[in-house]
Design a protein around this ligand. Structure first.
Ligand code: FAD
Ligand code: NAD
Length: 476
């Protein structure tokens, strides 16, 4: 057993952990990042869920499938003939793997440049900020730290009635590795993963049925946007069944029989593959030794305060393993802020301006409160909306579906929430994020000059609409 001393030990090398380590090292702290991710081929990339089986690979497949779909259904309107269109799924998967590799190997270079020590192995917190790391050979070493940052992330929730078999009943990681387009695809959970991965395989020709337990579609989104989204997805052929409670899933040689109840009636569908994506749970297996003083909440998340301090001195926790949205950029921001606090700087995460993006087509993005939340909070508010159908750039792009919605305080005019469904919503939303970060008002957006023709003009017009002064829209 060897002993090593560090200022900071980060456990977990995903998008919360690796930026925490980099920032700590940038600030002159002696830092090690311990990570246990192992691929099926035995390789040990850093990057966690996001880079290996999450954000990056899913967006690679979303891009490929969108290009295929557009070639199939939109190119003709531009006068482009493509002859007979083909889809080489293994090649698409290979491209995705290449992108993942590029990004995961990039972390090693970033660690090197910043001076972070990478360490592959399983980390276990002992008492007194000591971390035991078990390597692949079973050899243990104890790292002594002034501060420990836990960033161990999350894992998919398994349904007892539809257990993963890795072949026919898969989690999101399995759904990123299909080698052919399933003829009929079942998805349990109409959340972010269900909609994104359902879209990928639908665009490539799969018949897709999504079973959602709740009666409300996309309950965390603004309901005007959610309703519009459901209309688009249904039109695309994604069959979303709300209020569907899955009671069993049986995999056989030919496919999966999925039983569910809807409005008290027993129903069944037969599918070739079934993706179960009903949320993720905090990952803390084998993490906490005796007497660490780190407490978990009733749902198994590590308890932290607003600055990500756990209940144990000098032990911090960030990312999916703590409360809040399970988003890579939320974890990254927490990791960076914790590194700065450890180094004695003043820093905080602004949880009110974390954007959400769903990378479907049309894309959905928002920041701040939904209209339902504002109403519930009892504040008087005003709303401006603008449709992409009246936006020149969107029409030139053949992407006129969707709208921008700006909600501002009736009296003070500060922006309370911005919601977009439409082309490049995930990029456009950052204008609103920045405006809200600077405590901006609807008038600030109104007085900002936007290039013509641009998709951003829809944001401008929606902001003008808040005060019934849209130029190209109808002011109601
Ligand atoms: P993780 O990324 O899970 O990383 C944790 C790391 O810690 C892993 O490498 C794990 O192996 C390691 N670890 C765990 N325990 C130990 C231990 N005891 N010792 C050592 N190492 C340990 N979010 C977005 O913002 N945008 C998206 O587009 C997006 N797309 C997604 C698509 C999919 C299909 C999925 C599944 C998720 C997606 N997410 C997206 C969510 C995003 O991936 C997570 O929010 C993010 O990865 C969380 O980062 P993290 O660092 O907290 O945890
Ligand atoms: P989610 O929470 O987004 O959606 C899960 C859905 O499953 C919910 O609508 C829920 O009501 C439903 N559900 C739960 N139990 C069910 C059951 N028994 N039967 C039918 N439906 C059931 O979770 P997810 O889609 O698994 O994604 C996990 C996390 O990953 C999310 O927190 C998300 O933020 C993150 N993620 C983010 C992105 C992105 O930012 N674009 C992409 C993918 C994943």
């Amino acid at each position: 057993m060897t002993e090593n001393k560090y200022d900071v030990v980060v456990i977990g090398g995903g998008p919360a952990g690796y930026p925490a380590a980099i920032r700590a090292a940038q600030l002159g702290l002696r830092t090690v990042c311990v990570d246990n991710w192992t691929e099926s081929d035995g390789s040990r990339p850093f990057g966690g869920t996001c880079l290996n089986v999450g954000c990056i690979p899913s967006k690679a497949l979303l891009e490929s499938s969108e290009l295929y779909h557009r070639a199939e259904s939109e190119f003709a309107a531009h006068g482009i003939g493509v002859g007979s269109l083909g889809m080489d799924v293994p090649k698409m998967i290979e491209r995705k793997r290449g992108i993942v590799k590029q990004f995961t190997s990039g972390i090693s270079s970033l660690f090197k440049a910043a001076g972070v020590t990478p360490l592959k192995g399983h980390g276990r917190l002992l008492d007194g900020q000591r971390v035991e790391v078990t390597g692949d050979d079973g050899e243990k070493q104890v790292l002594e730290a002034k501060h420990v940052v836990i960033a161990t992330g999350s894992a998919p929730i398994e349904l007892p009635v539809a257990k993963f078999d890795g072949e026919r009943i898969v989690d999101s990681a399995g759904a990123l590795e299909f080698t052919e387009v399933p003829k009929k695809l079942g998805v349990i959970g109409a959340g972010v993963i269900g909609l994104e991965l359902g879209s990928v395989w639908r665009r490539l020709g799969a018949e897709v049925v999504v079973l959602e337990a709740l009666e409300t579609f996309l309950g965390t989104a603004d309901q005007q946007i959610a309703k519009d989204a459901l209309r688009h997805f249904t039109r695309q052929g994604i069959d979303v069944r709300l209020g569907a409670k899955v009671t069993g899933a049986k995999a056989g040689g030919k496919g999966v029989k999925v039983a569910y109840e809807q409005q008290g009636k027993a129903q069944q569908i037969d599918v070739d593959k079934l993706i179960v994506c009903v949320g993720r749970r905090p990952y803390t297996e084998g993490l906490l030794g005796d007497g660490t003083g780190v407490e978990l909440d009733e749902r198994g998340f590590i308890k932290v305060d607003d600055d990500c301090r756990t209940s144990a001195p000098n032990v911090w926790a960030v990312g999916d393993v703590v409360r809040g949205p399970m988003l890579a950029h939320k974890g990254t921001e927490e990791g960076v802020v914790v590194a700065e606090l450890i180094a004695g700087h003043v820093a905080e995460v602004n949880y009110r301006t974390i954007p959400s993006v769903i990378y479907t087509s049309p894309e959905i993005a928002w920041v701040g409160q939904t209209e339902e939340q504002v109403k519930k909070g009892g504040r008087k508010y005003k709303v401006g909306t603008f449709s992409f159908a009246a936006n020149g750039r969107a029409q030139a792009m053949q992407q006129g579906a969707g709208l921008v919605k700006v909600i501002a305080d009736q009296e003070y005019d500060d922006i309370l929430g911005v919601h977009i469904i439409g082309p490049m919503a995930g990029e456009l939303i950052h204008e609103a994020v920045l405006a809200m970060e600077f405590s901006g008002s609807a008038e600030d957006l109104q007085r900002t000059v936007h290039a013509h023709p641009s998709l951003s003009e829809a944001m401008h017009e929606a902001a003008l609409g808040v005060d019934k002064r849209a130029i190209h829209g109808i002011n109601r």
